[in-house]
Ligand binder design. Sequence first.
Ligand code: GDP
Ligand code: MG
Length: 333
Amino acid sequence: MFKEIPRIEIDEIVDKAFKNANKKAHSKKKTMDEIVKEKESIRVTVAGDSLAESLYKVVDRHPSFDRLPPFTRELIDVIAGIDKLRHNLGAVSFAVNTIKSLKLEYIKKIRRASHAQEASSLRRECYGRYISVVKQIKRNLKFLNDSREKLKNLPSINPDLYTIVIAGFPNVGKSSLLKNLTKSDPKINSYPFTTKGINVSSFEYKKRKIQVVDTPGLLDRELSYRNPIELQAISALKYLAKLIIFVFDPTESCGYTMEKQMNLFNEIYENFVGVSFIKVLNKTDIREWGFKDSIEGIEISAQKGTNINLLKKDIEEVLFNYFEEEVDYFGKD
Ligand SMILES: Nc1nc2c(ncn2[C@@H]2O[C@H](COP(=O)(O)OP(=O)(O)O)[C@@H](O)[C@H]2O)c(=O)[nH]1
Ligand SMILES: [Mg+2]
């Protein structure tokens, strides 16, 4: 989405505008004064149009933030700040309008000029004012260039798909489970707010694509340790997640006690209201290491593939209920 937005270099757009203006400045008038006046008027017109167009493209190619899916909007807000984007786009819009009115103002002035020299000096004056308008929005353009760089690699999570999020402490087996559930290698997307990248994969359920994501750095630590950006990223997940599979490691070989794991589960459970949850106890293949199964959940081995089909059945039940309800809601006879 943000790849379509042009990067603006002020020198380039000014240069291009004035070159275009020179190229197009032809006149078939008879007298020298008339020829110069016509050429200068064309220069002012073409340069103004070219500048306004270059700048307008930046504004126009930004998405309409209000119409974005909430997940995407929240992400953009985390990464670039929607209020700031709006403010900077507003400044660029204003510059476009200023250039357009300068153009009209100088076309009139040049028409009224009494001789060639006056027309040329008016044109130079107009160019000077064009440049100063563009320079005034230098910082706004820099902000937009920078945010474009940050946003153009927005991960390819599709907010319109039913999404399952895998949560749990590091090393409990989330990535292993993701691979096993989807039987394909997850795409790893980098996210500006985690250093680790988000894994995205999918499987099919009754011809529907179900998206599964593993979010290292987000749902793998207590919320109380989070900085505001991470918290906002987590809140973005609330718009995305329909089902959370929480992975426990009852062997505690991940390095976290079951008590800690239970606390994290409770925290996430309380925060994701209206989301379905499935609890999974992983690493049953090394049960002999000690296995604290005081918690109810589906006992699996993500590594060996044990009981993945049981887990799938539970997932399908959640999916079934969700899509049945959706059909009811939209009024199937
Ligand atoms: N024995 C055993 N090891 C597992 C199982 N699932 C994951 N692991 C191991 O646990 C470690 C962490 O797994 P990973 O999937 O990367 O966990 P994540 O950090 O939660 O994504 C790796 O060394 C895996 O090989 C399992 O079912 N059994
Ligand atoms: Mg992982």
